[in-house]
Every structure is written in C-alpha cells, then in structure tokens.
Design a protein around this ligand. Sequence first.
Ligand SMILES: [Zn+2]
Length: 452
Amino acid sequence: MMIKLYNTLTKKKQPFKPLKDKVVGLYACGPTVYRAAHIGNLSIYIFEDILRRTLEFNGYKVNHIMNITDVGHLTSDADTGQDKVEQAAKEAGKTASEITQHFADLFVKDLKRLNIELPQKFAWASKYIKEQIELIKRLEKKGYTYKTNDGIYFDTDKFKEYGVLGGAGAGKARVKHSRGKKRETDFALWKFSRVGEKRQQEWPSPWGVGYPGWHVECSAISAAELGQPFDIHAGGEDHIAIHHNNEIAQSQAAYGKPLAKFWIHGAFTLVNRAKMAKSRGNAIVLDDIIAEGFDPLAFRYLVVASHYRRKLNFSAAAMKNASRSLEKLRSVFSVRAKGGRVCQKYKRSFLAAINNDLNMSKAFEVVWSLVRTPAKTLADKQATLLDFDQVLGLDLKNYSVVIPAEVKKLVAKREIARKKKDFRLADKLRRDILNKGFAVEDTAEGSKITKK
Ligand SMILES: [Zn+2]
C-alpha cells in the first residue's frame, strides 16, 4: 500500500518510496546532552518512532541514525554565548564528559520508558571531528566560507537556495550581534577557542584550535552514515528556520546534490496552551509525569493519538484522559484468549490511516471500533490489537493487570458463589472488589478484572 508523507520541502503530501529498494535511511536530530529532555522534545522522538514503525509495518527496514550533541551547541542561535555543555559542566563542577554521559544515559532511559525503538546508531558529535573538518575544508575550497575574529563562517549569500525549507524570515529576527559576520543568516562552521580560555573540548584544525559549529555535525554525520542524498530527515518544527536550512546549505553546497528527499517535522508541545521552555519555567520532564503517578506509556498514548503536525496541548486533564484510554485498551488483555486471528478488514483500515501521513486519530478510530464491536471474539480482537501495537508501541503484549492477592481471593470466592447461584453473596463480593479499586465483569472466558 502506498505511503504518503507531508514533505516540508515541497509543502505537500507526497508518495514515499525509498531510494534503495527496501531500506529507508532515516536521520533524526538528537538531543544536546547537558540537561534532561523535556516532554516537548520527547514528543518529537515519539512521532519519529511512529514514523519508523509505520515504515517497518509496511515491510521496510529502517536504518535510523541519531546524533548526540556533546559539543558546539551555543546558548544563542546567533552563534554567540557559551557552549551549553561546557557551561553546565562548569556549573555542576564536573567534566564535560561526565555531564554528557549522564544526560545521554538519562535520554536513552527516557526513550526506553516510552517504548521508543532505539536508533541503530547514536552518533556523538565529538567522534566525528575529522568528518566535520573535511566538510568545512570542502566548503572553503568552493568559496562558501569566510573568516572572522572568532571563527569560520558559512556565507549564505553565496548559496542561492538558502532558506528553501521556509521560515528563514525567522533568521532575520536573530540577535544582530554578529562580531564580523556579514549577515544575520550566516552561521559558524568552526569556532576558535577564546584566547586565554582553556576549553575542555577543543581540537586542532587548519584554521586554529577550536570546535565545530552546531549545524555542521548533522551534515557530516548523515553523509558518513547514510550517504547523500538519503531518504528522510526528521526533527522538530523549531529546527526548520535555522538548523535545517543551515544543514541543507552546507551539504548541498559541499556535494552539489540534495541532502534528503523528505523533510518531516513534528509540531511543538504546549503546556496549558503556552510554549514550553526552560526559561519560562514550564518545562516538564518525564520524571515529573511519573512522580504524578502516571505510566510513561500514558504520555506516549497522548502523543501518538494526536497528529504530529498539530500542536499538542499538554495538561493534567489531557494526561488523565490518555491514562484512562490506555487502561481501557489494556483491559482487553486482562484475560488472555488463545488462537485469535488478525481481522483483515480492520487491518486494511488501520494501514490506510497510518499510511496517510500518519493519521493516528483515524487509526485510533479503527482501534476503538474493533474494541467495541460485538462481532469479533476476544481472541481475534487481541490478535489484531497486538498486530497494531507494532505501530502504536503501547506494549500491550507484556501488559497484564497487576491484581493484589486480596482481590484475587475475593474474585475466587465470588466465582464459587456464582457457581452455587448465591447471587446476593456474589453481588456483595463485587462491591468489595470495587472498593479495592477493581471492577469485575463476567465473560465467556471467565471473570475479567480491570482497574477502576
Ligand atoms: Zn540536526
């Protein structure tokens, strides 16, 4: 079945076909590991996971590469300010590598808690210094660079297609603190270590000791790992205006061919309708959600069920709803039925929904109509939902309701009472079970227990 995806490059939904037969090259911009990723960042990785799983569900193998930024990401997009990692290390009294290892580990832990398939490779920026220097040398040879007091810059005036992804107007809004930069959209390829300052992370280069500019790593790593062009470049919409326009400028200027065929972007997450940012004090991390008593997969449900191009509004009420829906879906598995078969009619509708630019709200309509239909057996419903869960990633396979021993005892007593047709006792026991926070339902397969 044909997959259609919205391409930011063409502003259109287009049929997707990989460049190489059955393998899809997918590059996703990764985190800067100097603090915990907030749920707005994590929602982008969930969207990319749905994209990857959809491709896999269609029979493709996905070669998924993600960079880890451990050097060169400055506190300001205008190529000024401090290196975020060096600054965090200084504040914590730790080494840069202690900081980056700690937050990279936490990042992977978050991905696992959200049941996100890990990339085939995490590519750390500091491990690709040679490739980044090579790329800058190539750009220099072709006349796309110039030197200032503090580094080597890309001359966006020389690259006629600059800003092709759109949003480049946002570049104009950048701080006009240029320190010898010719125009606001120009960006650093290599920054010199400041005189008298000893950085923890710096390398020799043909231009002087320093470190790569933030945008260079994605161009150098994707070319090294996936070649150029590759199939899909994914990321958050906040990267379109500057970071991704800059990646395109570097890569296309250096190699004279496109960087990626498809550019796919996930929308921001809002918190109570406001943009989430650490500077606003409304950044929420996954541990905050868990501390509130939520299952991380309830957050996954919330993200998956909304469309990736629509801004997700995060709130306590939205989390509660998602949590309730997830419980309802899990309750289908509170009694395990054997020997079911995937319902093909439902599968076709599900596939049509996800293949239409990851229309997950439509896909969930299929899920819920399957759950509610009286026309299918429990076994068939379970088999079909487990099939869909390869995309949804809600871990339904490993889920079972944890029922405390005292509740199990009450359920067993109630079954005996029902067999003896002592319905008054059975009703009393049902109320006792309810008081312990569980609901019991009588099905052909036995008593079905769900959390209230
Ligand atoms: Zn990137």
